[in-house]
Write a protein that binds this ligand. Sequence first.
Ligand SMILES: [Zn+2]
Length: 294
Amino acid sequence: MKTESFNFDNPIEKSIAGALYSRRFPHAAILEGSSPEERMKLAKKIAAALVCSGAEAPCGACPDCRKASVDSHADILIYSVEDKPKAFKVDTVREIRSKAYIVPNEADRKVFILENSHTMGVEGQNAILKILEEPPSYVNFILLCSSKSGFLPTVLSRSTVYNLGQASAAENETLPREKIIGAAKDITVAVTALDDFEIVKAAAVFEKDSKLLRESLPVIQEIFAQALRIKYSAEEKESEYGSIPADIAPKLSRRSLLELIEATDLLINSVKLNANHNLMVTALCTKLRKAVIR
Ligand SMILES: [Zn+2]
């Protein structure tokens, strides 16, 4: 299977090809939108162009292109994880980081393709940030995601985002990160206080917005997970959730926090299975509340 050359009729591919030819392709590129298959196909094309030793990269004929086309180029490293919260582990990010500091084997460049990279938690994103801030000159990162909304602003500011267009109408709309975090914070505080009125009030924002619920659940879970870590180690670095995890940690037992994390896990899975949305909002209130009472 020969690596195709870029499609110049497509404005995004044209702009990517232009950046590659002028050797200005960014060290960190985020490909968002479209389908997972299209994102990966384009990422592999870019990677082949970056390692290609022929004239019109990707030439499709040089040894580098030939190896790239069968996923066996030593300097193209592909990491694929499932599209689920925290699937991209911080340990994997650390491994990528240490590999990035080793010079390429065969080509002039070393390319890392990270599929579903938006599933990195805050810790993972902060770990990748360290290398995005000062990448070795020969390294390129291509981060693939359905939507850039899962990334921290600090990661986005170090990257060039290429939007490949709609995958589906619902997937395409990006929610502001502050909105997701705000909704998640409200519900964690209300649940911790065991204030029924506040719980219902905090959950109201999800009633007409299934996407907000879907994107907030992993954040809710992460806030409880941070609170639990604070309980164990008493030290947790500054996170994008401000003082919330530290505020709720003393108010909840370890057991309650574990149950909250577990309950959120169930909710995340139900949302993924497209459970009835109104029932999901009710389940959010009751399951979290129950985890605190016991
Ligand atoms: Zn080539």
